[in-house]
Ligand binder design. Structure first.
Ligand code: GAL
Length: 419
């Protein structure tokens, strides 16, 4: 996805230096937070910036998972006119850093004591070449199962805790007249379900070997084949209308009670919250079946582009400072469904799902099982992720492709994308 050639890189760099036209004391922020819950969350930052006298230019590019946003960002950067800040995550921060396009946040990081404030696993992702170039807004957990308790009750089933239980519950839900698993057929959503099912059936060590280290033996072996078969089975729990459906529309099916469950990261909780629902009563959350001892993390962060305009530079520093302040961390994450990026905050306002997320984050960090989400750009570079997405989605939609072949394609995807 992010593949710049050396020549175009030089052009982009030259352009970036010339881009001094942005208005003073204003930030333009690219993100893809456009669903009901996400927009409420993004608005928190806009209001805090405006309260400090800075202008906010919203550069929202719709499309869950951010693939479209990244394409748009790339073309803006190539024309020498990147925004002040953009939601760039995980290893992709390194890719933008290598292009020399990011500005550093060391001053504010030092003044605010980020080194002491942030868990090392989070801080590490925010630095390029030892310098802070991005600020974390939250920690999302991807391996969640959401459910409508009334639908489960109508089907006479409990919240499943293993893959076998999920398939059995799904069948009962279908017999009771509901869609078992709400899903949108988009490759990032397919990959989201795939990684949770792989984690649930094969465990976090295998997840790490296959989807983080890209070990060819893991990618092409028996466990991958079993994971792919489990993944294909989830299709039987989905409805015919899933093709192209946005993730928040799938969440709405659970909210409205036409579907029983959804496998999705906790931005889905932002939708339940925006609908005025209460965790544990109106909707249920649990670790994705079989994954209670694991946590796939997805850290949203804003990276700052190198700018020459002083006002814009000041505004960027203020933005970075505000993002890690308790006021923003609390208000944003309550709306977004995630937990704060800094672990020292009072969590009493947060619901039971968020409390569980924090406890599980800390437990898996200490005991093992904390792994980066492949589907959400935290595990591998963008080109490898794109190649894996292609295999996952093609396999999911091809009734005739055996899991063995998909596993072989997975090995080739990791190799081909490596260089
Ligand atoms: C993720 C992102 C979340 C949420 C989700 C759906 O990649 O980290 O913040 O926006 O996509 O768009």
């Amino acid at each position: 996805m992010l593949t710049f050639k050396k020549t175009t890189l030089a052009l982009a760099l030259a352009g970036a230096t010339l881009a001094t036209t942005a208005q003073a004391a204003e930030v333009e922020v690219l993100h893809w937070w456009t669903s009901g819950g996400e927009a409420r969350a993004a608005n928190v930052l806009k209001e805090l910036m405006e309260a400090e006298g800075y202008g906010w230019q919203d550069f929202a590019v719709a499309g869950g998972g951010g693939e479209t946003a990244m394409t748009v960002l790339k073309s803006r950067a190539m024309s020498g006119n990147p925004p002040s800040a953009a939601q760039i995550k995980g290893p992709e921060i390194q890719e933008w850093g290598e292009l020399g396009l990011l500005g550093d946040l060391n001053e504010v990081a030092e003044a605010e004591g980020w080194d002491e404030l942030l868990p090392e696993v989070v801080a590490d992702i925010m630095r390029y070449d030892g310098q802070y170039v991005a600020v974390p807004v939250n920690v999302h957990r991807v391996n969640w199962l959401w459910a409508n308790p009334a639908v489960l009750e109508a089907a006479g089933v409990e919240m499943p805790t293993t893959l076998d239980e999920m398939f059995a519950a799904g069948e009962a839900i279908r017999e009771a007249g509901y869609v078992p698993l709400a899903h949108g057929g988009q490759s990032w959503q397919d990959a989201t379900v795939f990684e949770s099912v792989l984690l649930g059936g094969q465990g976090s060590e295998f997840y790490q070997q296959a989807l983080v280290e890209l070990d060819p033996e893991a990618l092409g072996g028996e466990q991958m084949i079993a994971a792919l078969e489990d993944f294909k089975r989830t299709r039987e729990l989905m409805d015919d209308g899933m093709s192209g459906r946005d993730w928040n529309i799938a969440t709405a099916m659970v909210i409205e009670g036409t579907a029983g469950m959804q496998l999705m990261g906790d931005w889905a909780k932002g939708e339940f919250t925006a609908a005025g629902l209460t965790a544990g009563e109106d909707y249920l959350c649990a670790a994705a079946p079989g994954t209670e001892d694991a946590f796939t993390f997805n850290i949203d962060s804003l990276a700052m582009f190198r700018v020459t305009d002083e006002g814009e530079h000041d505004a960027q520093q203020a933005l970075a400072r505000l993002v890690l302040e308790p006021t923003f961390q609390e208000a944003f994450n309550l709306a977004k469904g995630s937990i704060p990026a800094r672990p020292d905050l009072d969590m009493s306002e947060f619901d039971s799902c968020a409390q569980q997320s924090l406890a599980d984050f800390q437990r898996t960090a200490d005991e093992g099982g904390l792994v980066p989400s492949m589907a959400h750009g935290m595990a591998v570079r963008a080109d490898v992720q794109g190649a894996i997405f292609d295999v996952v989605t093609n396999y999911f939609n091809d009734a005739n492709m055996p899991a063995e072949e998909a596993a072989q394609r997975m090995v080739r995807a990791a190799q081909a994308a490596a260089f």
